[in-house]
Ligand binder design. Structure first.
Ligand SMILES: Nc1ncnc2c1ncn2[C@@H]1O[C@H](COP(=O)(O)OP(=O)(O)OP(=O)(O)O)[C@@H](O)[C@H]1O
Ligand SMILES: [Mg+2]
Length: 273
């Protein structure tokens, strides 16, 4: 059996649409028949459950405290996607030590048989939480919008993620573009900058247009592909999900700890209690 694919959705600047893309991509993959989980890795300010329209009664904080196994922490959302919620505002998830972060990542191996895809909605920026959760994923999607500050922050983010994790390939989603054609231009402009200064290869996974329906869906606590399936943003997200299904993520170092990639010493520690 294939191990699940873990996909990080990250960005340099905050507020560019990571959570909405994470939730809607997760739902689009679910509708295509995949078994999907979403992990809200923006631990301290977790809010993916709001966009997904569910009220989790367990969070990753319970796994960390040891009161729940990882499998017990998984909650079912109304749309069929399963969720591992962050611990918004909970002291347990603030300033996590490296060990605790690695423990969370390692615990996902308990769920290997349950998912085909895990979507990891990260915080913005390049703090340790983001770097470690991104490093643990097979595929990394960086969300960019067409604003000078977002460009600079996305560039800085890719530079740091490349340096810290050795990853060379990054998928890019251009969000809030005035049109699909503009999205291509925005991507080309962004790639010209990274090509000049970094040894990374960027793949344009797709463009999601700026769409007032998406804002309206957020107001209803529903994913846009559920509330407004015919809207431009919903259609674009469905296409991106189809692309994700059709392409394998780049090969990763199987010896390194990642989501569903248990490291031998971790497995031994678990076996020894
Ligand atoms: N394609 C879009 N069209 C219109 N509005 C959008 C689009 N994408 C995102 N937004 C708006 O941006 C807001 C922020 O989106 P979201 O919470 O997904 O960003 P984020 O990157 O997860 O933010 P944070 O960095 O705080 O976690 C949404 O509530 C919505 O109003
Ligand atoms: Mg978010």
């Amino acid at each position: 059996m294939k191990r699940p694919q873990a996909t990080a959705i990250t960005s340099g600047k905050g507020g560019v649409g990571k959570t909405n893309l994470s939730v809607n991509l997760a739902l689009a993959l679910h509708r295509a028949g995949e078994r999907v989980g979403i992990f809200d890795a923006d631990l301290a300010l977790a809010n993916a459950h709001l966009v997904l329209g569910c009220r989790p009664n367990r969070t990753i904080a319970d796994t960390l405290k040891g009161t729940c196994t990882m499998a017990e922490t998984v909650v079912q959302s109304p749309h069929g996607v399963k969720m591992i919620a962050g611990g918004s505002g909970l002291a347990e998830v603030m300033g996590l030590s490296d060990d605790k972060r690695q423990k969370i990542i390692g615990s996902f191996s308990e769920l290997s048989g349950d998912f085909d895809h895990l979507i990891v909605d990260t915080a913005a920026g390049v703090e340790s939480n983001v770097i470690d959760f991104v490093a643990a994923c097979d595929r990394v999607i960086v969300v960019v919008i067409s604003e000078p500050t977002a460009f600079v922050d996305a560039y800085a983010s890719i530079k740091v993620l490349h340096q810290e994790t050795g990853r060379e390939r990054f998928d890019i989603i251009v969000n809030r573009a005035p049109s699909i054609a503009h999205g291509d231009q925005i991507f080309s402009r962004f790639r010209a900058i990274t090509d000049k200064f970094l040894k990374v290869s960027l793949n344009h996974l797709g463009t999601v247009p700026d769409d007032e329906k998406l804002g309206r869906a957020v107001g209803k606590c529903e994913p846009v592909i559920s509330s407004f399936p015919e809207s431009p943003s919903a259609k674009a997200i469905m296409q991106i999900a189809a692309k994700i299904r059709a392409t394998e993520p780049p090969a990763v170092d199987e010896g390194a700890l990642g989501f569903f990639r248990p490291r031998a010493d971790y497995l031994q520690a678990v076996a020894e209690g």
